[in-house]
Structures are given as C-alpha cells and as structure tokens.
Design a protein. Structure first.
Length: 365
C-alpha cells in the first residue's frame, strides 16, 4: 500500500512538474516609452492593466527620449526626466515586471526623410553618406533606402554608443538592454572605406559581440531582434523577417547569451526552434493578428513541452510588439471596440496573447 502511494505521488508530482515547466517564463510587451506628459497615465496603466493581465516583461523603446547627461546633444525635445524614469522603474518593481530599455543601434538611424539624433549630430558615423534622404520618401526606391545605419567600424562610434547604453541601463536599473538591430539593410556598403569588401555576417556579428561584451562587464544581458540571423531567400521568409543581404551566418558567430526576439507577423513561423538549436534564448513576437499571437503561444508551449531540457529552457515565451505611441495604445485599449482594419488589430492581438497565456496557465495548473 505504501509503495503504491509513493508511486502515485511520484507520478502526480512528475506530471505537475512537467506541466509547470511548460508554462512560459516571459510574457512581454514592447512599446514606445511614453512622452513626458503621459508618464503618470502610463504608470497607472502598468499598475491597473498590464500587471494584472500577466505582463512580466516590458521593453520600452527609449532611443533619444531621455534627458541624457553624458550625451546631452542627443536628447530629443521634451525628453523623459530622471524622475519620470524612476516612476516607471518603481511601478515595474512593485509588480515584478522586468523593465528593459531599448535604444536602436546599428540600423534604424533614420525614418523616412528624417535622420535620427545620432546621425544628425554625428554625420561622420553614417555608413552611407552618399545616400541622401529625399524630401518625399517612398518605398521601394533606387537607393534601397529603408533606414540608415551607422558604420560599426568607425573609430569613434562606440564611445558615444557605450555612453548611451551605460546611462540608460543605470537610470532604468535594468538587468537587460535591447539594442534593436532589426532591418539592417545598409551594412558592408561598397562605398564605405572601412567596410567595403567585408563579410556582412562578420560585421553584424562583430557589432552584436561588442555590445554584448560591454554589457556583460556589469552583468547585463543583450536583447536583439532576430531577423538578420534568419536566411530569408531559400526559406521563403523574405527580406523583412529574414535576411537577404548575407547577414544570416552571424547566428553562428554571436555570443550564446544574447536573447533573440523572433518577430513574425503574418504567420507563427517556427523559427524559435532554429534559434534554440543554435543554443540561443528566444521569444516569439506578434504584432497585429490575434490568430498569430494565439498560435505563437501554443507553439512555444509545445516546444517547451516536447524538447530536451537544454532546448526547452531556450524557449522563453512570447511578446507583443506595438509600433505607435504609448498614448494611442492606452486609448485604444480602453476603447470598447478598438480599431480593426483588414490587416488586423494591434490591441486585439495583445489581448489575445495575454488571454492565450492565461488559458495555458489555467490548463497546466
């Protein structure tokens, strides 16, 4: 009888542990940092909506929306103050939310016809100074201009970049930092005297490694988007969610402690398995299609449930990405019928993600 009880207890305990291990450790939202005038509202939104919904990781795209002291020349107009950031830090700490600041590095140094602050103030860092921003931007264009990049081999660029990283990580009291690094189309440009003829994958991996190593000195971890590490042509994934400019081999050259945010917006493409096989931690990311968010939750759960221990632990969870302002997200979230178009609804996609995670947790518990 005693042996039977022990056997039954062991089986039940093992079953519980297997189910517990299948839960998703990371449930994240990536969104623009609020403007200074919306900080108080956003703090309340974190407290009253995001935390109760199960969000445990919040990536705030800060870029130059902070009152930098080390690099004051790179501040946007009316940036977040030290006290604004501390309000965000405090509410996240109260709710056990991992708060991660993001500053776009390498790529996304312009948008449409406007340079971002880094290249505006330091034009010498431009990878493609011969490509001029048009007054009326259109895509596609003859220059292949989506966003500009800085040259990763410029001898002075990292003095500036490291100052930005160090200050923003310190003020956010962050243990992780997101460097963006998606959609880097300008790299190893043939007109760049430093990069001409070099391997784009090695250049990309070199920049990832420099940033990761710098953060590791203070026990911080680098997060990046994953598109430049996926072969886009033979896979059919394409030039946006994958790479068709020869950076994909960087996946074998970057440090294994870099966290990959693997975004796919039209289908729940199972590339997290690829990153896990390479020994990298990975998060599946959605945007506007609720069905994709739901499938990503199921996919990451299945990967964790059916993988060996080492691989399972690489599947961290899911993330919703939102590409408009924090104010618009809050307004749409509070609307009974948020905006929906033929491409989907960003807010409904977010709600589907958190609801799918809740159902998964209820099932496993």
């Amino acid at each position: 009888m005693k042996k039977s009880f022990i056997l039954l207890f062991t089986l039940l305990t093992s079953n519980f542990l297997i189910k517990a291990q299948a839960d998703l450790p990371v449930v994240a939202l990536c969104i623009a940092a609020p403007s200074a005038e919306n900080v108080e509202e956003f703090v309340e939104f974190i407290d009253n909506e995001l935390a109760p919904s199960g969000i445990n990781t919040l990536i705030l795209r800060v870029d130059f929306n902070y009152d930098y002291k080390l690099r004051p020349e790179l501040r946007d107009e009316n940036p977040l103050s030290f006290n604004d950031v501390k309000s965000l830090v405090n509410v996240c700490e109260k709710n056990n939310i991992n708060l991660i600041p993001q500053v776009n590095l390498l790529g996304h140094q312009s948008w449409a016809s406007t340079l971002n602050k880094l290249l505006e103030v330091y034009p010498e860092f431009d990878e493609t100074p011969h490509v001029k921003l048009p007054e009326n931007y259109k895509w596609p264009n003859s220059d292949g201009l989506y966003c500009k990049s800085y040259c990763p081999l410029h001898p002075k660029v990292h003095e500036v970049v490291y100052d930005l990283i160090d200050e923003i990580v310190e003020v956010f009291e962050a243990k992780d930092f997101h460097a963006g690094m998606d959609e880097v189309f300008y790299i190893a440009d043939e007109n760049c005297s430093r990069c001409k003829g070099l391997d784009p994958a090695e250049l990309f991996a070199g920049e990832v490694t420099l940033l990761s190593n710098h953060l590791n000195k203070t026990d911080k971890k680098l997060w990046i988007w994953g598109d430049r590490l996926i072969e886009g042509e033979l896979s059919g994934i394409g030039m946006w969610e994958g790479s068709t400019n020869n950076t994909e081999k960087a996946i074998d050259l970057i440090p294994k402690n870099v966290v990959i945010c693997d975004w796919h917006y039209e289908k729940a493409i199972p590339t997290p398995a690829y990153f896990s096989l390479k020994g990298l931690n990975v998060i599946a990311c959605s945007w506007r299609k609720p069905s994709v968010a739901n499938e990503q939750v199921k996919m990451m759960h299945d990967f964790r449930s059916n993988s060996p221990d080492k691989m399972r632990d690489n599947f961290l969870g899911v993330m919703h990405t939102y590409w408009s302002s924090a104010k618009k997200f809050m307004d749409d979230y509070k609307t009974i019928n948020p905006p929906i178009n033929e491409e989907g609804s960003e807010v409904e996609c977010f709600k589907e993600m958190v609801e799918s995670v809740k159902k998964l947790n209820q099932k496993n518990n």
